[in-house]
Design a protein around this ligand. Structure first.
Ligand SMILES: Nc1ncnc2c1ncn2[C@@H]1O[C@H](COP(=O)(O)OP(=O)(O)OP(=O)(O)O)[C@@H](O)[C@H]1O
Length: 292
């Protein structure tokens, strides 16, 4: 598979705040990525640099093999910001018309279907929309653009669970018909595990981890059982959190467990269960969290 985005050694500070610290990131064609991080981790700053919305202090960005300069119109990119500013007085339909002019793969039939699916009145002015409706407009632009690289910054802000599920399923269906690369930042860690193929975890301006979701699932486990047994089992393994309650120990592992070790665990009467991404994220990024 080819590369659609390549960032090398990106850095950005605001005064003394280092928002992005020497980030390298490579996105492959036709893949859905999740970018997860806490508040203030640097997600928006990174996405703004990638898309030429702000200028990095140093480092390089290439989209589809072309070096990106600030404020340049990037043909292969659709960037849906967390908040669409500057268009308050414009009607929804006018906003879609503006967006359509920038994207060569724009699909009007799909855009109109999406307006109906999200029950959005195209004659309403942007300033009359609720927060959730604003997100719908961003989602319509992002999906109907069918850009080779589509970047959503917090696309589901203000959407209820039904509308979020609707967005995820429409996106997946459209992606299977029109493969492209989608990078989506979000706080809703558990929800995106069903959608994304790869994740990047960012914290304090640095990429802490990037991982294939399949490989993540094969590496993230809870091991529970009597203390001695768990201690023996986890020796030499990558343990990200460990707790004891009386004689019972629970260890959160980020490591592979081979067949022989699985057999060994059964012999020691240990239980091995998959760990959800959200739990992994909290232990990994904020080690103070307790195992529940
Ligand atoms: N225009 C700015 N001026 C000064 N500091 C900024 C500016 N934009 C961001 N920052 C700082 O840079 C850091 C990263 O912010 P950023 O908005 O990129 O994080 P984020 O991960 O998108 O956060 P959130 O999830 O809360 O939106 C934070 O410490 C933030 O306060």
């Amino acid at each position: 598979m080819g590369t659609i985005l390549k960032c090398t050694n990106l850095a950005k500070s605001y005064g003394t705040t280092e928002a992005v610290k020497n980030i390298d990131m490579t996105l492959e064609e036709n893949t859905i990525y999740g970018l997860i991080g806490r508040n203030g981790a640097g997600k928006t700053s990174l996405l703004n640099i990638i898309t030429g919305s702000i200028f990095q202090d140093y480092g390089e960005v290439e989209i589809a093999g072309k070096k990106i300069n600030r404020s340049e119109d990037i043909e292969d990119l659709c960037y849906v910001k967390e908040k669409i500013l500057l268009f308050n007085h414009v009607k929804v339909m006018e906003l879609l018309e503006i967006a359509s002019a920038f994207h060569k793969n724009w699909d009007w039939d799909f855009a109109k279907d999406l307006l109906k699916m999200f029950e959005l009145n195209p004659e309403k002015k942007f300033r009359q929309l609720s927060r959730g409706m604003e997100s719908h407009v961003g989602i319509i632009i992002g999906l109907a653009s069918r850009a080779p690289l589509t970047i959503f910054d917090e696309p589901v802000l203000g959407l209820d669970v039904i509308m979020r599920e609707k967005f995820y399923s429409i996106m997946l269906e459209d992606y299977s018909n029109y493969p492209r690369t989608i990078l989506m930042s979000t706080h809703l860690v558990n929800e995106i595990t069903k959608i994304v193929e790869k994740i990047y975890i960012i914290d304090s301006g640095k990429i802490l981890l990037h991982e294939d979701m399949d490989s993540f699932r094969n590496k993230s486990y809870y091991v529970t059982g009597n203390r001695k047994g768990v201690e023996n089992f986890i020796e030499g393994k990558n343990v990200i959190q460990c707790e004891t309650q009386g004689n019972i120990m629970i260890a959160a592992l980020f490591d592979t467990i081979n067949d022989k070790e699985m057999h060994n665990a059964r012999r020691l009467d240990l239980s091995i269960d998959g760990m959800p991404l959200q739990k992994f994220f909290t232990y990994f990024v904020d080690g103070r969290n307790h195992i529940e």
